[in-house]
Design a protein around this ligand. Structure first.
Ligand SMILES: O=C(O)C1=C[C@@H](OP(=O)(O)O)[C@@H](O)[C@H](O)C1
Ligand SMILES: C=C(OP(=O)(O)O)C(=O)O
Length: 420
C-alpha cells in the first residue's frame, strides 16, 4: 500500500517507456523475420518480457542488450516447445501468439493466470478453425488455456468477430503473410479498439509486408511474404503519457510528455484531445505534447477506440464540473479486471457518483475524499487513481506493484512530478 501525497504541479517534463503494443508487435514480427533484428527502445515490462520469453521458447534466438533487444528471426517456422507457454494476464501476448503459433512445427499450449482464463478468445479460435487450424480452448469455454497445433496454417478466406477484442484481427494479420495462400479477412462485427489494428498494419508495412484493406472491414494479405529483418525503434507509450497529462488536468499544472505525437497510430494519444474538450490547454511541440490544466467541464465521449484510457478519463471526470458520459466501452469488462465495475467501485469509495451501465460509464464530478483503493491486479486502476491522490488527501493505492505489467518504473517517474 502506498499513499499519494497531494501536490500542486508546476511545469514538468516526463519521459515514458516504449509503447507496450508496439513492443509486442515488433518482437513478434522480428521473430517471424528472415534474419537478425535489433529492437531499439523496447518496453521491458512483465507482459512484453513474457512475449519475448515465449518467442525464445518457440526457437527464436534472443539477446537482451542494455539499449536494445536482438532477435534472430525464424522466417515463420517456430520450433516445437514441450512445456506450456505461460503468458500470465497479458491479453496481447495470448491473442497475438495464438495465431502465429499455428505457423510453428509443434503443438503449443498457451497458459496464464486465473483472470486470463476468464478473458475471451473464442472468436479467434473459431476463425483459426475456419482456416483448418484445429485450435481449441482446453476447457471448451472460449477462454484460455488454449492449444494451437502447428503445421496447419495454409491460409484462405476467413470471417472474424471483433466485437470483444481487436487483438483477434491483429493475430490473423500477423500470421497471414507467412501462410502459403495468405488471408482474405472479413470483419463480421466491430472491430472495437480500431487504432490497434492500425498499429498492426503499420508494423507489417515497416517489415515490408503488403496489406490491402477497406477501412476496418476487409483485409487482403498475400501469402508467402517475408518479414524483412532489420533495425526497428519503438516509440514512447501514449497510454502511459495519459496519467501524466491527467495529473496536469486535475492539478492545473503543466506536463510535457517527451516524444509523443498526435501523428502516432497509438489511439490513446487522443486522450489529449478529450482533455482539451474538457477545458485543458494542449500544445503540440516538436518535443512532445504538453497538457496544461484549467477549469474542467464534463464531456460525452465515445471511447470505443481508447479502451485503456477509460479509467484515466473517469478519474479526471471526478474533478470536472458536471456528468461525463463515456460511451461504447462494453469491451472493458474483459480486461485485467472488469474495468467498468472496478473503476466505478473505487470512485464510489471516494464519494464520487459513478454508474456503470452495460456499455457506458457515467461519472459526476464532486468533492472527493481519501480512500484505500483496491487495484484488482490491474495496473491501469493503480495508475489512474494515483492522479486522484494529487488533489485528495488520504488516497492509498493497494498492491502498487501491479504496474509491473506495463510500466515497472511508474512510481519513480511519478515521483518526478514532485520535484518541479
Ligand atoms: O493489441 C493491443 O496491443 C491492445 C489492444 C487493446 O485490446 P482490445 O482490442 O482487446 O480492446 C488494448 O486494450 C490492449 O491494452 C492492447
Ligand atoms: C488491456 C490491457 O492489456 P492486455 O490486453 O494485453 O492484457 C492493458 O494494458 O490495459
Amino acid at each position: 500500500m502506498i499513499e499519494i501525497r497531494p501536490h500542486r504541479i508546476g511545469r514538468c517534463r516526463i519521459r515514458v517507456p516504449g509503447s507496450k503494443s508496439y513492443t509486442h508487435r515488433t518482437l513478434i514480427a522480428a521473430a517471424l523475420s528472415d534474419g537478425p533484428c535489433t529492437v531499439h527502445n523496447p518496453l521491458r515490462s512483465q507482459d512484453t518480457l513474457l512475449t519475448l520469453a515465449a518467442l525464445e521458447k518457440m526457437g527464436a534466438v534472443v539477446a537482451d542488450r542494455r539499449a536494445s533487444i536482438e532477435i534472430h528471426g525464424l522466417n515463420g517456422r517456430f520450433k516445437p516447445c514441450r512445456e506450456a507457454i505461460y503468458l500470465a494476464n497479458s491479453g496481447t501476448s495470448m491473442r497475438l501468439l495464438a495465431g502465429v503459433a499455428a505457423l510453428g512445427e509443434g503443438t503449443y499450449v498457451l497458459s496464464g493466470t486465473p483472470r486470463m482464463y476468464h478473458r475471451p478468445i473464442g472468436h479467434l479460435l473459431e476463425a483459426l478453425n475456419q482456416l483448418g487450424i484445429g485450435a481449441r480452448a482446453l476447457e471448451d469455454n472460449g477462454c484460455p488455456p488454449v492449444e494451437i497445433p502447428g503445421g496447419q496454417a495454409a491460409g484462405g478466406a476467413v470471417a472474424i468477430d471483433c466485437s470483444v477484442s481487436s487483438q483477434f484481427l491483429s493475430s490473423l494479420l500477423l500470421t497471414a503473410p507467412c501462410t502459403p495462400a495468405g488471408m482474405s479477412i472479413t470483419v463480421s462485427h466491430g472491430p472495437v479498439s480500431r487504432p490497434y489494428i492500425d498499429m498492426t498494419v503499420d508494423i507489417l508495412k515497416r517489415f515490408g509486408i503488403r496489406v490491402q484493406r477497406e477501412g476496418y472491414a476487409c483485409f487482403e494479405v498475400a501469402g508467402g511474404q517475408t518479414y524483412r529483418a532489420g533495425s526497428y525503434a519503438v516509440e514512447p507509450d501514449a497510454s502511459q503519457a495519459g496519467y501524466f497529462w491527467g495529473a496536469a488536468a486535475i492539478t492545473g499544472g503543466s506536463v510535457t510528455v517527451d516524444g509523443v505525437s498526435a501523428a502516432s497510430s497509438q489511439g490513446d494519444v487522443g486522450l489529449a484531445r478529450v482533455l482539451e474538450q474538457m477545458g485543458c490547454r494542449v500544445d503540440h511541440g516538436p518535443g512532445g505534447i504538453t497538457v496544461t490544466g484549467g477549469d474542467l467541464r464534463a464531456v460525452t465521449v465515445d471511447m470505443a477506440d481508447m479502451p485503456d484510457m477509460v479509467p484515466t478519463l473517469a478519474v479526471v471526470a471526478a474533478f470536472a464540473d458536471g456528468t461525463t458520459v463515456i460511451e461504447n466501452v462494453s469491451h472493458l469488462k474483459a480486461k485485467e479486471s472488469d474495468r467498468l465495475a472496478s473503476t466505478c467501485a473505487e470512485l464510489k469509495k471516494m464519494g464520487i457518483v459513478a454508474v456503470a451501465e452495460d456499455d457506458r460509464l457515467r461519472v459526476t464530478g464532486g468533492t472527493a475524499r481519501g480512500a484505500s483503493i483496491d487495484t484488482y491486479d490491474d495496473h491501469r486502476i493503480a495508475m489512474s487513481f494515483a492522479m486522484a491522490g494529487l488533489v485528495t488527501p488520504g488516497v492509498r493505492i493497494a498492491e502498487p506493484g501491479c504496474v509491473e505489467k506495463s510500466f515497472p518504473d511508474f512510481w519513480q517517474v511519478w515521483e518526478s512530478l514532485y520535484t518541479d
